[in-house]
Write a protein of this length. Structure first.
Length: 268
């Protein structure tokens, strides 16, 4: 209880901000003008090093190293394998499943590929799509880093849009893939929605026109960047540590390190 209290939100203000994603696409001139102001892209940045991906004003000062250390390790793994498949496979395994089950899922996926019993629904298609397009996705995500950096809103939007075509990801999980690769964005998943007192509809794209989808991705990125990627990573790891699905992962650090273990276990 003490842990959850220490990372509690100013619920009403945060809730109102995220609900604003639904109302961001009104038809009035006033709404369009307000949106245009709030969602303007930051200028392209020079490429930054992985050591510089920690936001300067992280509220969770005591756990800075958790995000910095483990995301850098994930980036190193992907760079060594020249592949986004490790982070995408891990992300697919997290969908509607307990985090602590992911390693066993990955071991099975390594053996059976898209036919694994854990690649149910559209997950198998997402895995196969990524495997087939891995070279393109890897080259493209690095081009985004080289041209836009990883800190700007434009960079995060571009990364999410790169991964959105992968079957079964959606905006939130595409953002999680981008977050693991060092972009300043976060995964507002079911746990974070509970913390915010929101429903899933507030962070889903739905079937909308491309320009509407772009605006919603921009709004989502802008919202997560208010607190920054490290805040969301660190506080989420602390929040789920030791819960019913993660009894063996009983600290935030253990939860965070488990991400690295899973990503590293994926065969390319």
């Amino acid at each position: 209880m003490a842990i959850k209290q220490s990372i509690s939100f100013k619920r009403q203000s945060d809730k109102a901000k995220f609900k604003g994603l639904d109302g961001a696409f009104g038809t009035t001139h006033q709404k369009r003008q307000k949106q245009k102001t709030c969602l303007s892209f930051a200028a392209a940045e020079p490429k930054i090093t992985r050591a510089a991906i920690e936001p300067p004003n992280t509220p969770t000062q005591g756990t800075k190293e958790m995000y910095r250390k483990h995301v850098n390790q994930i980036i190193d793994i992907c760079e060594a394998k020249q592949s986004v498949l490790p982070v995408v496979t891990f992300t697919l395994c997290t969908i509607q499943a307990g985090l602590s089950t992911c390693l066993d899922q990955i071991i099975d996926v390594n053996k059976h590929g898209a036919s694994s019993r854990f690649m149910w629904g559209q997950k198998g298609k997402g895995y196969q799509y990524t495997k087939s397009h891995d070279a393109y996705l890897w080259g493209k995500v690095n081009h985004i880093k080289e041209t836009l950096g990883t800190r700007s809103q434009a960079a995060a939007v571009a990364a999410i849009e790169l991964f959105l075509p992968i079957p079964n990801l959606g905006m939130v999980k595409a953002a999680f893939v981008a977050q693991q690769l060092g972009f300043n964005v976060a995964c507002i998943d079911s746990h974070n929605l509970v913390r915010l007192g929101l429903e899933a509809k507030h962070v889903k794209l739905g079937k909308v026109k491309p320009e509407t989808a772009r605006r919603k991705v921009q709004a989502y990125v802008a919202m997560t960047q208010e607190k920054g990627t490290a805040y969301w990573w660190n506080s989420w790891c602390k929040y789920v540590a030791g819960n019913k699905a993660n009894r063996k992962l009983d600290t935030g650090s253990a939860v965070s390190a488990y991400h690295v273990t899973c990503v590293n276990a994926v065969n390319v």
